[in-house]
Design a protein around this ligand. Structure first.
Ligand code: DGY
Length: 319
């Protein structure tokens, strides 16, 4: 068994915390249930740790690894994305990094579909209209949106979540096309280069990981290349979109609407987005299903405990 404590950056809920308490490892848990530790508290918590279980809100970089000390063996992310972790710096120090793929695929695809439905059928605007107490009666043009059936959905980053969204969209009668492939899938979705997808899709949904290559994947040029009146869904990572450029394209009506669960400078929201009623905003809740969050926490624990007990973790990021 490793020497050093296991630092957990947030309470992960009753079932996972019970398992951790019974794991035989000394446990240090950041006391605030809702807010992440400050950098200072984080450094304090990881000092002398053999393992860290972290959320995507914590920056895990070389300086933090060095501060933790040479006994640090594992950084276990309770997320599929690991862009908050310097995986290269971890690898060069012999630290195993793990994540939680698969268990959040359906929940995230559900939210992407929900944002798409909300935008195309103007559900949020219609709800706000009724709450304002406006006089109304059924009318042939009242809150006209767009049908999903027959629209073209372009999935950018066709991995597990993209594929799960494709299944949902096809059930709604959409034609699905995809660009970019991290994994080989064989689900009959038409593949094409990104520029062609942008010219063709009525709806573009982002599912790529955030890397230096994918930062601002959608900027001024790409938005200009999109179909007039297309909509954008992002449940992946905020910096995939240049938000200044998006706000401009929304204001001009080039982009008809955007469903955003993630933001370029999260948790800050671009003030331009807040002013537009053509956007639907959610606070990074793609995986926020009760069962999903428990599965994510349990997998993160399994990963951390396996490494600390000298075994191979189920879902490593660096082998
Ligand atoms: C992830 O896992 O990367 C999501 O963004 C958070 O659930």
């Amino acid at each position: 068994m490793a020497t050093g404590h296991l630092y957990v950056t947030r309470d992960l809920g009753p079932e996972p915390m019970e398992l951790l308490r019974n794991s035989g490892h000394e446990l240090v848990v950041h006391p605030d249930r809702d807010l992440p530790p400050t950098r200072e508290a984080l450094l304090d918590g990881v000092s002398g740790a053999a393992g860290i279980i972290t959320l995507l809100t914590e920056k895990m970089d070389a300086a933090l690894f060095d501060h933790a000390g040479p006994q640090l063996q594992v950084v276990s992310a309770v997320s599929v994305g690991t862009d908050n972790i310097d995986v290269g710096a971890a690898s060069s120090r012999g630290i195993t990094v793990t994540n939680t793929p698969d268990v959040l695929t359906d929940a995230t695809a559900d939210l992407a579909m929900g944002l798409l439905l909300a935008l195309n059928r103007r559900i949020v605007q219609a709800d706000a209209f009724l709450r304002r107490g406006e006089a109304w009666s059924w009318g042939p043009r009242l809150f006209l949106g767009r049908d999903l059936a027959g629209e073209v959905l372009g999935i950018v980053g066709y991995g597990r979540i993209g594929e799960a969204l494709a299944r949902r969209a096809r059930a709604f009668g959409m034609r699905v096309i995809a660009a970019g492939s991290d994994q080989a899938h064989n689900s009959g979705v038409e593949r094409m280069p990104l520029p062609q997808l942008l010219r063709t899709a009525d709806v573009v949904s982002l599912h790529a990981p955030l890397t230096e290559r994918t930062r601002h994947l959608l900027g001024t040029e790409e938005l200009a290349a999109m179909k007039q009146g297309a909509i954008i869904i992002n449940t992946a990572r905020g910096p995939l979109i240049d938000e200044d450029a998006l706000v401009e394209a929304l204001r001009r009506g080039k982009i008809r609407g955007a469903g955003l669960d993630v933001f370029e400078y999260e948790p800050k929201i671009h003030p331009g987005l807040l002013e537009l009623d053509s956007v639907v905003l959610t606070p990074h809740i793609g995986s926020a299903g009760e069962q999903t969050r428990t599965r994510m926490a349990m997998l993160a624990l399994e990963n951390a405990l396996a490494v600390l007990d000298g075994q191979s973790p189920p879902t490593p990021v660096n082998e």
